[in-house]
Write a protein that binds this ligand. Structure first.
Ligand SMILES: Cc1cc2nc3c(=O)[nH]c(=O)nc-3n(C[C@H](O)[C@H](O)[C@H](O)COP(=O)(O)OP(=O)(O)OC[C@H]3O[C@@H](n4cnc5c(N)ncnc54)[C@H](O)[C@@H]3O)c2cc1C
Length: 370
């Protein structure tokens, strides 16, 4: 019998496991396959709440808080685990090639500045001073000095090791296939190897959260309408890394990684659960990279992959108690920002299980879909 059973071992489930165990709860985590091998492994690791924001609101607020907390969380995990999580807050540059694109960036910079956020407007020359190898065709951009990236793989591994050290029972190849219920409570999570009894359940199954949550559907409506949104990426190498920090263009981004590779991504495709890469998708990423940093034309394509982001109808994550159930929590739908938002989601869920949802925006509540 566990205090909490967490369904899903991506970054969100692992962070929930780590934080709930840290709060003193007895935790079991059920992972369908192998932990952190789905969207969490596919990500680029950017921490970019401002550069990626579409406007003020709870999403930007949560992202900023996540960015603020990240160095302390990473430091704590590094001390526990003894390896580098490659947190690099070296700034992010977003550039424009056309007047229309630059106008959109100017507008973004203006509202970010009016909200008190430190994002600078740069002309083409200033962009090339910030990132000397970017294209001569760049006419301007915006620069956020406090954003950057982390190794998504190392962060997930550290959360897993940290959770295990705190006594979390992490079960690989242990899919949740249903629930045993009593009244308005889930009393156990069903797996092919038997039931795992629990006081509370956290659904953190990424793009598949909707499928498992459908087992808890009341009146036929899906309480977690998450849909998979495919992203394809490539890793470029074979040359000394031409960029020091993250660069975004109108069609994608480049992330320099500690091992010298440049990750170039990502497509955004609504193609169901098809996780394979496509020739067209990979070619688009390759040409995006070369347009942004022409020197990358001479690079070698070392790896390619695709992952399924957990998307939601309104673009906001789903964090909070599930309507109609007294002890089921949703922690999913982080779409393009799950690496940034995973660790803070773990904290919000741990607080919520302790009875305090005051720091979680009601706009993230699964109740909004009922
Ligand atoms: C190409 C790409 C680039 C990205 N780049 C960034 C980025 O730069 N920065 C950023 O912040 N975010 C980025 N993201 C988004 C980020 O990767 C996701 O938001 C995040 O990984 C979601 O984490 P998760 O734990 O919810 O889902 P996942 O990592 O998908 O984990 C869900 C887990 O649940 C398991 N599961 C499913 N069903 C069951 C079941 N029935 N029982 C048990 N387990 C189950 C799955 O096997 C999986 O391991 C990117 C995503 C992609 C695809």
């Amino acid at each position: 019998m566990s205090d909490v059973v967490i369904v899903g071992g991506g970054i969100v489930g692992l962070a929930c496991a780590y934080e709930t165990a840290r709060a003193g709860m007895k935790v079991t985590l059920l992972e369908y396959g192998k932990t952190a091998m789905q969207a969490t492994n596919a990500a680029a690791g950017m921490l970019a709440p401002m550069i990626e924001s579409h406007g003020p609101g709870p999403m930007l607020d949560l992202g900023l808080r996540a960015l603020h907390d990240m160095p302390e969380q990473v430091d704590e995990l590094q001390q526990r685990c003894g390896f580098d999580l490659e947190l690099r807050l070296h700034g992010i540059l977003k550039v424009a090639f056309t007047e229309e694109q630059f106008a959109e960036l100017r507008q973004r910079q203006a509202w970010l500045e009016s909200c008190g956020h430190d994002v600078a407007l740069l002309d083409g020359e200033q962009c090339r001073e910030a990132a000397p190898r970017i294209s001569e065709r760049v006419i301007g951009g915006i620069y956020s000095a406090s954003e950057g990236s982390v190794s998504n793989q190392m962060l997930a591994l550290a959360l897993e090791r940290g959770a295990e050290a705190l006594g979390v029972d992490i079960r690989q190849r242990a899919p949740a296939v249903g629930f045993t219920t009593g009244g308005e409570r889930v009393t156990a999570v069903r797996t092919p190897d038997g039931d795992v009894g629990c006081d509370a359940v956290v659904i953190a199954a990424g793009a598949r959260s909707g499928q498992i949550a459908a087992r808890l559907s009341v009146n036929g409506s899906n309480p977690i309408p998450v849909r998979p949104i495919r992203g394809q990426m490539i890793a470029l190498g074979g040359m000394s890394c031409p960029i020091r920090s993250v660069v975004w263009g109108p069609e994608g981004y480049l992330v320099p990684r500690a091992n010298g590779l440049v990750f170039a991504g990502a497509t955004v495709e609504d193609v169901g659960f098809r996780r394979r890469t496509t020739t067209a998708g990979l070619r688009a990423m390759r040409s995006m990279a070369s347009r942004l940093v022409p020197q990358l034309r001479a690079s070698q394509q070392r790896f390619d992959w695709a992952g399924l982001r957990p998307g939601t109808p309104d673009g906001l994550p789903i964090i909070g108690p599930m309507p109609a159930w007294l002890n089921v929590i949703a922690a999913t739908g982080h779409f393009r920002n799950g690496i940034l938002l995973g660790p803070i989601t773990g904290r919000l869920v741990a607080n919520g299980l302790g009875g305090d949802w005051s720091e979680t925006s009601p706009e993230f509540s699964p109740g909004r879909f009922v």
